[in-house]
Design a binder for this molecule. Structure first.
Ligand code: F6R
Length: 640
């Protein structure tokens, strides 16, 4: 949700800033901009070149190529609009009145209105509707006061002014500031929004996320909450919120998965759907050890501390969007497989209406990006309110399920289950959803084994049989993805003009119906609803006619017959029926069958989700839409 980059060093900044923004464009693509500082003929103040363009990054790139943005230091931004329409005047960077100071920001300054009014009362003229614009005005005014007191312009002075302004800002932010009077300095700061410093040779690149750094350096210094840094080509000065100097050792980015590459696929989303067999194969290799005869080896190998899981009585899952759908499947598994009571919450709701505290409770934050503001805030609140209780039974136990172990989530929770799906660029989550599901299978198995003789949940023999079936998953997924890629492409034209689609599922496949509807909505802009199939007759059935397709997930198990009956009810209202179901006499009522192999019902979501993803993808692609960057959305939602 907005991406920022900032570079200081000894080479032209603009190309690297644009490349960094290209890698961050998944975070927002309403507009983009850069500001560079160029010393011309040795003159100070230097000249600030600020170029901005509405729309995607290509528009900005063309402008930079045409007009030039010289300088060895600069900042950049790709925007997902919060305050102010996606127009050029609201694009970042924002400048102070003199045009000498520029700021990019990711986050929300919650008290911007009050600050704006105070500044306007002092004669400041605003050029945008954004919350961010208060920052350059506040910093510039503080700099003017310090200079009026006799202090000379320098990087240290800029640092001091930013440090003195930050306490005035309420909310969450990551920001970068450059000043034409201190052309060899860059100041960056973060509070509850991500910011990483990449260490190059005689140069530093800061960015909201690792993809922007991957081609630049593998040595990174993630900034902590409240920290401010002054960067010059010679080094970093890092300070905590109290203004104390901080020394911290940089870490190394691991693997090559941080680099985004579409390979030969038309869209990242399609590539990522096709990568799911590998996501599963990696999970099987890491967590499902081959059974050894006679040995009491665990069914799953999950690197979790006993302190998190011992004596658990309850689990609560916090998540948003697609991650919440994974959590809903997870709750089903934790209850049905491990026999442990589990609640799922929208993170954005939990924070403002938390349930009464329960003892011996594991709280799991599920977020592929590890940066979703609502999920982080809900987890932090839960941690804090549990810390206030003296009884150790209520002590916080926090687990994160994420694709970004190095994210803010990773630093907040006690332990992380890294789904290791590799970078996902398509805004619509696909392979990370599968990875989250697999993490929940692992967690449910681990808890079931730990609880051994629990009266609820599946027996050890049933669990062993399930684990055995799970080993087949990578091959099943390979066949399924290839098959449904063709089938869904051939089917897509039938839905090109459709206005509404209903997705039905029951039990463990109800969240998959929700996920199918969400995928379709977000990338094809077709209205879709997911319902528990049995609920349809309590209202939504009124929507059905020949124009409304119904996608029904009907897999053998506890509710197979019931779902088929619910599908019959839709057929009786002339709905076109698409069944995600095994082929056979039972499923002949469907107009189209998207076949899935028969597996234990508890494992079926891992397969039924594939036709959901591919149907949505091909409908959106057939409609000629921007599948990877759907309107109004962003990959990482770092505002509440
Ligand atoms: C939908 C989608 C979103 C995210 C949601 C939470 O395809 O990707 O609904 O699931 O914004 O994001 P994370 O998982 O990063 O917390």
């Amino acid at each position: 949700m907005c991406g920022i980059v900032a570079l200081i060093g000894s080479r032209e900044a603009a190309p690297q800033l644009l490349e960094g923004l290209r890698q961050l464009e998944y975070r927002g693509y309403d507009s983009a901009g850069i500001a560079t500082v160029a010393v011309e003929a040795g003159c100070i103040p230097a000249r600030l070149h600020c170029l901005r363009a509405e729309g995607k990054l290509v528009n900005l790139t063309a402008r930079v190529e045409a007009q030039g943005a010289p300088g060895l230091c600069g900042i950049g931004h790709t925007r997902w609009a919060t305050h102010g329409k996606p127009e050029e005047r609201n694009a970042h960077p924002h400048l102070d009145g003199s045009g000498q100071l520029a700021v990019v920001q990711n986050g929300i300054i919650e008290n911007h209105r009050v600050l704006r009014e105070e500044l306007q009362a002092k004669g400041v003229v605003f050029k945008s509707d954004t919350d961010t614009e208060v920052i350059p005005h506040l910093v510039a005014r503080r700099l003017a006061e310090l200079q009026a007191g006799g202090l000379l312009a320098s990087g240290s002075l800029l640092l001091r002014a930013v440090q003195e302004v930050l306490p005035l800002l309420h909310g969450a932010y990551a920001l970068a500031v450059v000043w034409a009077q201190a052309p060899g300095a860059l100041v960056v700061a973060r509070k509850a929004a991500p910011l990483l410093i990449g260490l190059g040779e005689g140069e530093f690149l800061c960015a909201s996320d690792t993809p922007a750094l991957a081609g630049f350096t593998r040595t990174i210094l993630p900034m902590e909450d409240g920290e401010v840094a002054l960067l010059t080509p010679l080094g970093i000065e890092l300070y905590d919120a109290a203004g104390e100097r901080v020394q911290r050792t940089p870490t190394l980015l691991s693997g090559t998965e941080h680099v985004a590459d579409k390979r030969s696929f038309r869209h990242f989303m399609l590539k990522e759907i096709h990568e799911q067999p590998e996501t599963a194969a990696l999970w099987v290799a890491r967590h499902l050890p081959e059974p050894t005869v006679g040995a009491a080896a665990p069914l799953v190998a999950l690197p979790l501390d006993a302190g998190l899981l011992d004596g658990l009585e309850r689990v609560q899952l916090l998540a948003c969007g697609t991650s919440r759908h994974a959590a809903q499947v997870g709750a089903y598994l934790l209850e049905q497989l491990a026999g442990i009571p589990t609640d799922v919450f929208y993170a954005s709701e939990f924070r403002y209406a938390p349930p009464p505290l329960s003892a011996h409770t594991l709280t799991v934050g599920v977020t592929q990006s590890g940066e979703t503001a609502d999920t982080l805030a809900a987890l932090a609140m839960e941690q804090e309110r549990r810390r206030q209780v003296a009884d150790p039974a209520y002590a916080p136990r926090l687990l994160g399920i994420t694709n970004r172990a190095e994210s803010s989530l990773g630093r907040l929770v006690d332990q992380v289950l890294d789904i290791g799906a590799g970078i996902e660029v398509g805004v619509a989550a696909t392979k990370t959803f599968l990875g989250q599901l697999l993490a929940f299978y692992g967690l449910a198995f681990a808890l079931a084994e730990r609880r051994g003789g629990s009266i609820n949940g599946r027996s050890p023999e049933q669990r062993r049989a399930l684990a055995q079936q799970l080993r087949q998953l990578p091959q099943q997924l390979r066949a399924l993805v290839d098959d449904h890629d063709r089938r869904c492409e051939a089917l897509a034209h039938r839905f090109a003009e459709t206005q509404d689609v209903i997705f039905l599922g029951r039990g463990i496949n109800y969240p998959i119906a929700l996920e199918g509807a969400l995928k379709l909505k977000e990338i094809s802009y077709i209205h879709a609803e997911g319902y528990p199939a049995g609920e349809m007759k309590h209202g939504p059935i009124a929507l059905l006619d020949a124009q409304v397709p119904v996608v029904s997930i009907a897999v053998p198990g506890t509710v197979f017959d019931k779902v088929l009956s619910n599908a019959q009810e839709a057929k009786a209202r002339d709905a076109q029926l698409i069944g995600v179901a095994p082929e056979g006499p039972d499923t002949e009522l469907f107009d189209v069958v998207l076949p899935v192999p028969e597996v234990d019902e508890l494992l079926s979501p891992l397969l039924t989700v594939i036709p959901m993803q591919l149907l949505s993808y091909h409908i959106a692609a057939h409609r000629g839409l921007d599948v990877d960057q759907p309107r109004n959305l962003a990959k990482s939602v770092t505002v509440e």
